[in-house]
Write a protein that binds this ligand. Structure first.
Ligand code: ADP
Ligand code: ZN
Length: 551
């Protein structure tokens, strides 16, 4: 083949087997390696667990390529760097690490090595972005190596951190746009698992690598089983415990919760009521305790970690057998990343998301109130975008007529065929027929009903009027006399719930939180931006209905 005729092929396969002890390449690894070794800029887009590190670790060790010399790796997380460096040293690779944790003695030793002749150089140097863009000493050393032609390549791992569009933006990453200017002839390799198109464009722009070899690999994770279940407040813990005991007794997993207090409660209940070895983890814990919990989990002493999304970045445990979302994620990207921590060894793993509308509502309220983590206030534009992202997750959770895998991958603009899911999700597993019911007529009635009501009305109240309830609050306010009273009766309570939630997801309705003088906040139903499109018949409304006995 064309690849095996490359002058580097022999050396590459030798290093793969003798140094990394691996049999063959996966996905685009070989393409990426050949491209960077022939001096090209490369962009590697690979899902978590796909094997990005080998794409730059292997070329760094190879001898005799046109671009031999020092491979400089920029990586955002010290923990991740430590893991990689230890792993490399264990297999005999000469690698140095320079970050804020180094003592001045370490730093001195490293600078001495880098200032020595070409023969003294390690294969690789791991750096934080801060070091690379801010250290004058390092800049002069790299400048000298550049003059000598001893810089093999720059590697930007987790490259999405460079993009202001991304959710993990880092200031020091933004400064990496100096690399091309300072070291014009040194090839750059950027790697990420974030497939958002605007983020990708932004990375390529900032690093000035317009002609890079772009390698994108399918984001499908065939060994993950996706499942979305209705979250029932009173029984969710029982359901989780039963699932773990029957399917994953003594196997490792993660449970994601939204609030810190929740993590503690859930972990405690799993321990006390169900006898499971569960520990909580969140950003509010002291550093030492976090480390201890993480070590316990890593070693298998703790079976289950109950955590906010603070847990997981940079965690590299291969045998995670389940990831459970006790609370829905904030966006699909997060869902993909979090579920992606399961099954990194390629063996089957389960991903269960427990969904209830109330959690989506709470997330949207939080965005509206701008209770972001308090760093920078959200602009109106941010709020709209973040709310849209929550709605995409709602849509994912409620759409039971399309394969989950198809839906997840569509979010990454990847066309995927349902038949390739191989019953790897709850939708494909379920034989019950799902029909898509057009409820535009009912939606129009619901909109008219809301328009006809004065004052502030909660969603629950509107639904009660719509179903035709004669309960006290409806009667007292005279809402049994509205023309829309009972117009939704034919849908039944469950159908009405689905309709109203769909209308919120479509921005036909909005739940607006209003805080009263006592500091309590209530949310009321209002018309959203899309109400007129439905009223005028431009937009149709559908819900998904499962045939057979109601569950
Ligand atoms: P990523 O950084 O893309 O999340 P890693 O580089 O950490 O992924 O690799 C994930 C796992 O896959 C690691 O355990 C790694 O050893 C393994 N791996 C990578 N490439 C190969 C390969 N060609 N053959 C077998 N295992 C591989
Ligand atoms: Zn499926």
């Amino acid at each position: 083949t064309e690849q095996s005729s490359s002058p580097y092929y022999k050396e590459i396969t030798r290093v793969l087997k003798s140094v990394f002890k691996l049999e063959s390449f996966r996905g685009n690894q070989l393409e990426a390696i050949l491209a960077t070794m022939s001096g090209k800029d490369v962009f590697v887009l690979m899902p978590t667990g796909g094997g990005k590190s080998l794409c730059y670790q292997l070329p760094a060790v190879c001898k005799g390529s046109s671009s031999s010399g020092l491979t400089v790796v920029v990586s955002p997380l010290i923990a991740l760097m430590n893991d990689q460096v230890n792993g490399l040293r264990n297999i005999g690779v000469d690698v140095e690490l320079w970050n804020s944790e180094n003592s001045s003695d370490d730093a001195y030793a490293i600078t001495r090595r880098l200032k020595g002749g070409v023969g003294e150089l390690p294969c690789m140097l791991y750096l934080t972005p801060e070091k690379l863009s801010e250290s004058a000493v390092l800049k002069s050393i790299l400048g000298r190596l550049y003059e000598m032609g001893a810089l093999a390549r720059f590697v930007i791992d987790e490259a999405h951190c460079i993009s202001t569009w991304g959710r993990d933006f880092r200031d020091a990453y933004a400064k990496l746009d100096c690399l091309r200017a300072w070291y014009p002839n040194v090839p750059i390799m950027a790697l990420t698992a974030t497939a958002n198109e605007s983020v990708i464009k932004n990375i390529i722009d900032r690093l000035s690598i317009p002609n890079c070899v772009f390698l994108k690999q399918s984001f499908n994770r065939p060994n993950l089983h996706y499942d979305v279940r209705e979250k029932k407040k009173n029984t969710i813990l029982k359901e989780i415990a039963a699932f773990i005991k029957s399917r994953h007794a003594n196997e490792t997993g993660i449970i994601y919760c939204f609030a810190r207090a929740h993590c503690e409660q859930v972990a405690q209940a799993l321990r006390d009521e169900f006898g499971l070895r569960a520990e909580h983890y969140h950003a509010g814990m002291p550093q030492a305790e976090k480390k201890r919990t993480q070590d316990q989990w890593q070693s298998g002493e703790a079976q289950i970690i109950v955590s906010t999304i603070a847990f997981g970045m940079g965690i590299d445990k291969k045998d995670v057998r389940f990831v459970i979302h006790h609370t829905m994620p904030k966006n699909m990207d997060g869902y993909y990343q979090e579920t992606g921590r399961a099954g990194r060894d390629g063996r089957p793993a389960d991903c269960i998301l427990f969904y209830q509308y109330g959690d989506a509502k709470a997330l949207m309220e939080q965005i509206a109130k701008d209770k972001d983590d308090g760093t920078t206030p959200l602009t109106e534009e941010d709020k709209t975008r973040l709310t849209e992202e929550v709605k995409k997750v709602m849509e994912y959770c409620t759409n039971i007529s399309r394969c989950r895998r198809v839906q997840v991958l569509r979010y990454f603009n990847e066309a995927f065929h349902e038949s390739d899911c191989h019953k790897g999700c709850d939708v494909c597993m379920d034989d019950a027929e799902v029909t898509t019911r057009d409820v535009t007529t009912e939606a129009i009635e619901a909109i008219k009903l809301l328009k006809s009501m004065s004052g502030n009305n909660s969603m629950a109240h509107c639904k009660a009027v719509f179903v035709g309830s004669k309960k006290k609050e409806v009667m007292q306010r005279g809402h049994d006399g509205l023309p829309g009273h009972g117009k939704g009766h034919g849908l039944g309570q469950k159908g009405i719930d689905q309709l109203f939630e769909e209308l919120v997801a479509m921005d036909v309705f909005r739940e607006q939180a209003i805080t009263n003088s006592g500091g309590w906040s209530n949310s009321y139903l209002q018309l959203g931006q899309r109400a007129n499109e439905v009223l005028s018949g431009q937009k149709r409304v559908t819900i998904h209905v499962k045939a057979g006995p109601a569950s």
